[in-house]
Design a protein around this ligand. Structure first.
Ligand code: ZN
Length: 526
């Protein structure tokens, strides 16, 4: 049957108040005129977040329906991309995400999406902010735009509240910008660790400020503070105020955190909270030692058991768009198969997502064990995979890892996990990161997507052809090979420069990146 098309010369939007940004996308594409075709925007709270329906009839109103937070933004953007010179294809389309919880994870100090900034950092977990105050918004607005376009539902921001980049006002502006575009800003907060709720500044909900007033409530940390990841190596945090930690056995600390979470949610239109209790050393005071019998890890399951019921009760609220806040509770890493250790988590509330992190080596050694039967046995209903792989924490900040993210997305979907979280501090300007993020976005949206389809639709056009895409992939592997010789890297540079000469636009930019990167590596390998 021949596809039918409908010519659109202008539109008028009805229902714009429920989705102003979606309305903006539509009028930007077609222009507004009073007697043109009506595009009707409808909210349907029964749809899953990000779900939508597009109805283009032969005549009469065009109808877009979406969930209250993101669906209409996705629907409007898809409608604009469906347009051809012949018009809009007539028919009904529906879509919704396979994994509902798709989240990018960041620290503010090493999130570099506006690459013109001075003060860029590429690693660290408790760093000072080295850029100018305006850089925070400039970086994160670009990341929000990417997420909105690629249908990624949330961004965790550690260091969301920091005096050096505008404190509460800058955080509020970011949240509002993101909410309009269907992206949740998820406040990364530390409980008894990682700066508390206001990460850095003279603020009553900054943890160091609190512990200077009440030194009796501080944790007794081990002599060496830090952690060890096989795929990274030993990491020692420099002694600083940022890493001050509070004792989880002190009721005054829990009351302070409860009040701080209350304040946060009264003050900022965040889309949720990523909670964690600290992974750089457990309190060794007598009270904690008596309760835990000593923890085997640099984090404490007993601390999680004792603080989360109160904090999650406080945080159970409605957020932007009138939809419930989305909270992630970090369970730390390489322990998703250790059901014995997780026993203290069983009594925690079941209406939040529990987030299990994996490192690269652990993933490849154990991924066959990630089955629906195992996920059923986890203490809670909603479980999310997170990974350090593809980030600096596995020495892969700029590595080419689309196949790994596709594998994680597909396996997570098959096993009944509800989401996948990856790092995305590095801009998609870097083509290796760009392709990795696109694989993440597509395979978490549709865990059944075929690799060949992804490759044909998303990768091949970005490098100027099928053979070229494979050549870029192979060259990226040379960059990632620490033993690559200067000669091998110089050959990559030469081939990339030939592609620069033969291409233009964004394809050329990607090859130019490769040429510069190979030249940089060759220079240092020589
Ligand atoms: Zn203690």
């Amino acid at each position: 049957m021949m596809s039918q098309y409908r010519q659109i010369t202008g539109i008028r939007v009805r229902g714009a108040a429920s989705a102003p940004y979606a309305a903006h996308l539509l009028t930007q594409a077609w222009g507004e005129s009073p007697d043109a075709v009506t595009v009707d925007l409808n909210v349907d709270p029964a749809l899953p977040e990000g779900g939508y329906r597009i109805e283009v009839p032969e005549r009469g109103d065009i109808r877009l329906t979406g969930d209250p937070f993101a669906g209409l933004v996705y629907a409007a953007r898809e409608l604009t991309t469906l347009a051809t010179p012949a018009g809009l294809p007539v028919g009904v389309r529906t879509d919704s995400p396979g994994l509902p919880l798709r989240t990018l994870w960041t620290w503010d100090h090493s999130t570099n999406w506006d690459l013109r900034q001075l003060g860029q950092q590429e690693i660290g977990a408790l760093n000072p902010y080295a850029k100018g105050a305006d850089a925070f918004g400039a970086d994160y607005r670009r990341l929000v735009d990417f997420c909105s376009r690629e249908r990624i539902g949330g961004i965790v921001v550690y260091g969301l509240l920091r005096d050096a980049h505008g404190g509460v006002e800058a955080a509020r502006e970011l949240c509002e910008y993101a909410n309009a575009r269907g992206v949740r800003i998820i406040a990364g907060i530390g409980v008894n660790a990682y700066g508390g709720i206001y990460f850095d500044g003279r603020h009553r909900y900054n943890l160091a400020t609190w512990l200077r007033q009440r030194p009796d409530l501080a944790a007794e940390l081990p002599r060496k503070v830090g952690f060890d990841i096989d795929d990274f190596g030993d990491l020692h945090f420099p002694a600083s105020e940022y890493m001050m930690a509070a004792c989880p056995s002190q009721p005054d600390n829990l009351a302070w955190h409860r009040d701080a979470v209350d304040w946060l949610l009264d003050t900022l239109p965040v889309g949720g909270i990523n909670f964690e209790t600290g992974d750089y050393g457990s309190c060794a005071c007598q009270r904690c030692a008596a309760r835990t019998g000593g923890e085997r890890t640099s984090w404490s399951y007993e601390a999680m058991r004792s603080v989360y019921p109160t904090l999650l009760e406080t945080a159970r609220r409605t957020g932007p768009g009138g939809v419930p806040l989305r909270h992630l509770v970090e369970v730390y890493w390489d322990n998703i198969f250790d059901l014995e250790a997780q026993k203290p988590l069983a009594e925690l509330p079941d209406d939040v997502a529990y987030q299990y992190c994996v490192n690269r080596g652990f993933w490849y050694d154990n991924r066959h064990r990630l089955t629906a039967a195992h996920v059923e046995r986890l203490p809670h209903t909603t479980n999310v995979l997170r990974t350090h792989a593809g980030s600096q924490w596995n020495r892969q900040r700029h590595s080419w890892v689309p196949d790994m993210y596709a594998d994680m997305g597909s396996r997570a979907g098959d096993a009944g996990l509800r989401g996948l979280t990856i790092f995305a501090e590095a801009s998609a300007y870097h083509p290796t990161n760009e392709i990795s993020y696109l694989a993440y976005a597509r395979f978490t949206w549709n865990p059944d997507l075929a690799w060949a389809d992804f490759w044909r639709d998303e990768v091949v056009p970005r490098f100027g052809g099928a053979a070229e895409a494979e050549a870029f992939r192979d060259a990226a592997a040379v960059l990632d090979d620490g033993a690559a010789t200067a000669d091998a890297l110089a050959a990559v540079r030469g081939d990339a420069l030939a592609m620069v000469a033969a291409t233009g636009g964004e394809v050329q930019r990607r090859w130019l990146w490769l040429a510069e990167r190979a030249a940089r590596h060759a220079h240092c390998a020589g």
